[in-house]
Write a protein that binds this ligand. Sequence first.
Ligand SMILES: *Cc1c(COP(=O)(O)O)cnc(C)c1O
Length: 466
Amino acid sequence: MKYVSTRGQAPARSFSDILLAGLAEDGGLFMPETWPQFTAEDWRDMRSLPYAQLAARVMAPFMAGSIDQKTLLRLCRDAYANFDHAAIAPLVQIEDGLFVQELFHGPTLAFKDMAMQLLGRLFDHVLTERDERVTIVGATSGDTGSAAIEACKGRERLSVVILHPEGRTSDVQRRQMTTVLDPNISNLAVQGTFDDCQDLVKAMFADMPFRNEMRLSAVNSINWARIAAQIPYYVYAALSLGAPDREISFAVPTGNFGNVLAAWVARRMGLPVRHLCVGSNRNDILTRFLNTNDMTARAVVPSLSPSMDIQVSSNFERLLFEFLDRDSESCASLMTGFRQTGKMDVPESVWSSIHGLFSGLALDDEATTTEIRNVHQKSQYLADPHTIIGIAAGRKFRQPGIPMVAMATAHPAKFPDAMRAATGIFPALPPSLADLFDREERFRVVPNTLNLVEDAVRSGVLNNDR
Ligand SMILES: *Cc1c(COP(=O)(O)O)cnc(C)c1O
């Protein structure tokens, strides 16, 4: 399988190459040259497979030529071995025709583990084959950083440096990162905001001498391998509920559009998916786009669901590329126009075909709290502030006879204050994290200054090499 850029100005690459590269050099995102197709018979054959085997089967065509099937199966088994539920991504029915798929049974209690646990192992495998090392740098407002750290800790060929805004992540989220003491992990608490952290990461990637010296790499949500690793749980849910002999719809709480894009890819591969529902908080650019073709970026406002506090959903570019019939020139010009003006004029015909498949619903904080309380009262189900937005979208758009599956993206114990405010219940951390607040923390506070941050990255990585 070869990969091409959504902006058309980068050479086609192998899976291993795009795994390490992340972003294409023309600023675009990598997409598979063709879509693998599974027939009804292929889907039926997968019905009884355990999760790791099903995942390897679904992802194999995307990695063909780079990762052989036996290796992929071994990496998948290993990646999902330390989840705390035997089904890995279990389904829970909360109402007639309405299901929740729990994606938070990994080590950091958020759905990012579903992809990141595999990504860490894929990086290790490819780097060992090539006898190379890389430094992964990333900025986080919460879930991505801890998922990357958990997936990469102790891996010899990877150094990981994660920037978080000092004092602006929740205590649980910070401690999940800073209590990992392996020598290849460094945490920098930047004296600034999440946006400052992101700007520093971008600046480090733009500093070519530094980038080459440190062999910088990224595991953010534009990395295609993360999308690929999110496809299997949609397949798993659909097969459990009667596919391929029955249609199914999904509802997904959305930030960077990576998770719901994976659902769309599953559909593109032949899974009978009827409808995709997208949930947002007050940062509702996607919902405005889906409802009225208004793609205008506004200032980000903090909400109860911080992992969805995003105005520019980077993976949307991939969907746009597809709905433009892969016209990379149009895609590039829409994306650069958006960057310059903060507004994207999506052609009406393109919008209406997207609108035919996707629907959007936005909830503000008050509605989020009310919905958490209602669902808990009615179904005894505790949904965190991200998950509840997906459930609300699924409820609004479900159709009779078609099961609706809402994605549960975080464990409620990650957001105890919001849960207590809504239900009076303060959810406990699962046993694996019960002593989180007694563990030793290690991080370094750095000013919001590029050269000082680069120095800190250098010394963190040196520490690993010793
Ligand atoms: C990252 C995240 C999301 C958003 O997922 P995208 O793939 O960026 O759309 C939603 N909920 C939680 C808990 C997350 O960590």
